[in-house]
Design a binder for this molecule. Structure first.
Ligand code: ZN
Ligand code: ZN
Length: 361
């Protein structure tokens, strides 16, 4: 990973925002900038210098993971030590990410300073690192591809396993066990298994409900591999479908494929969203599509860009996004189809090429 480039880019963005340096406390941002994966960290970037503050649990790990960064093992909270260092280093105007700093966190930062420098020291400069993280470099894309590939293999395994009478939690457990055996460090989020009427819940976490003899089963899951997350959704049908179930499935698939086809550098997130939404509008299902079309994914499950109605942000080569339209009819059924898509020089490449055609088990 090119940490020095990332640190330089962050420092340049800080300078542009009118601050002398940056205090980074959001752990995925710390990892992105210096490689450190521990649970206690504050990273300071000032001028050409970078200093990572952590605690005694991470002495060996911090040195191993963040070789290009000076490591300070603090005996007080990492963020307090970082703020004291900033004052001692003569910094008087430091940026921080307001989106990931709580009111209490900011209070802790201020309290670490002496009264004479406290005023005016910390300036919220917006999601500087989050913005950088939206565009993935080649190494990140390789890792994301690998995570997505594991996701596809897990889904293929599910196709031979699913049967009526299994509980949703059994399905989730089997999927997650297989994920661990395949090398996953964890799941990207609580696995969603929503069956029968519960498929109408867009975020139906697995419960004790049993897979029906006839009805949809939606699986939405992802694995973490080497820090990077995958995210995919497939919906299959147990038993023979009613004609309208099949029709709705075909419409969601058409919407999903239309949005994937719309992905290209220079296209706005809103245009991709509209590509999916307009297909569903045509068949009067758009009112049942109650969420946005997708999101960026990488070190975290929900990153920028957000693919929602009227979003003007423009897609760039190297972004990794999801395309996941769905239709949810309360009391009846619902379904969603989700792929991860890499924005290439000319369009979009699906990273989760598992079968999307109608599956009846
Ligand atoms: Zn998902
Ligand atoms: Zn998603």
């Amino acid at each position: 990973m090119n940490f020095s480039l990332r640190k330089r880019q962050t420092a340049a963005a800080a300078k542009k925002a009118g601050v002398e340096g940056m205090l980074i406390t959001h752990l995925p941002d710390v990892r992105y900038l210096c490689g450190f994966t521990g649970s206690s960290a504050a990273l300071v970037l000032v001028g050409g210098r970078s200093v990572l503050f952590t605690d005694g649990r991470y002495t060996a790990q911090a040195k191993a993971e963040a070789p290009g960064t000076k490591v300070v093992i603090a005996t007080k909270p990492s963020v307090t030590a970082a703020c004291e260092w900033l004052e001692a280093a003569g910094v008087r105007r430091c940026g921080f990410d307001g989106a990931h700093t709580t009111v209490a966190g900011l209070e802790t930062m201020r309290k670490a300073l002496s009264a004479k420098v406290r005023r005016g020291m910390f300036v919220a400069v917006g999601p500087v690192v989050a913005r950088l993280r939206e565009v993935k470099d080649a190494e990140e894309i390789t890792k994301i591809r690998a995570a997505a590939q594991v996701g596809c293999e897990l889904f293929d395994g599910m196709l031979t396993y699913l049967e009526p009478g299994l509980t949703e939690t059994q399905v989730a457990a089997t999927l997650e066990y297989a994920a661990r055996l395949a090398g996953a460090e964890g799941m990207s989020f609580d696995t969603i298994v929503a069956s029968g009427e519960r498929s109408a819940l867009p975020h139906g976490r697995a419960t004790g409900a049993k897979l029906p003899k006839r009805g949809f089963v939606t699986l939405d899951f992802g694995v973490i591999l080497d820090g990077y997350l995958s995210d995919m959704t497939r919906t299959v049908h147990m038993g023979k479908a009613m004609p309208d179930e099949r029709d709705v499935y075909d419409s969601v698939l058409e919407a999903q494929e239309a949005a994937v086809a719309a992905v290209a550098p220079g296209v706005s997130a809103g245009e991709v969203d509209e590509a999916a939404r307009s297909v569903l509008r045509r068949v009067k299902l758009d009112t049942y599509f109650s969420h946005s079309t997708g999101h960026g994914v990488g070190l975290e499950i929900h990153e920028g860009p957000r693919l929602a109605s009227k979003q003007t942000q423009v897609l760039e080569q190297g972004m990794v996004i999801t395309i996941e339209p769905g239709v949810y009819m309360p009391g009846r059924f619902g379904l969603r189809i989700e792929d991860m898509v890499l924005v290439t020089a000319t369009g979009g490449e699906i990273l989760t090429p598992s079968v999307k055609a109608w599956v009846e088990l």
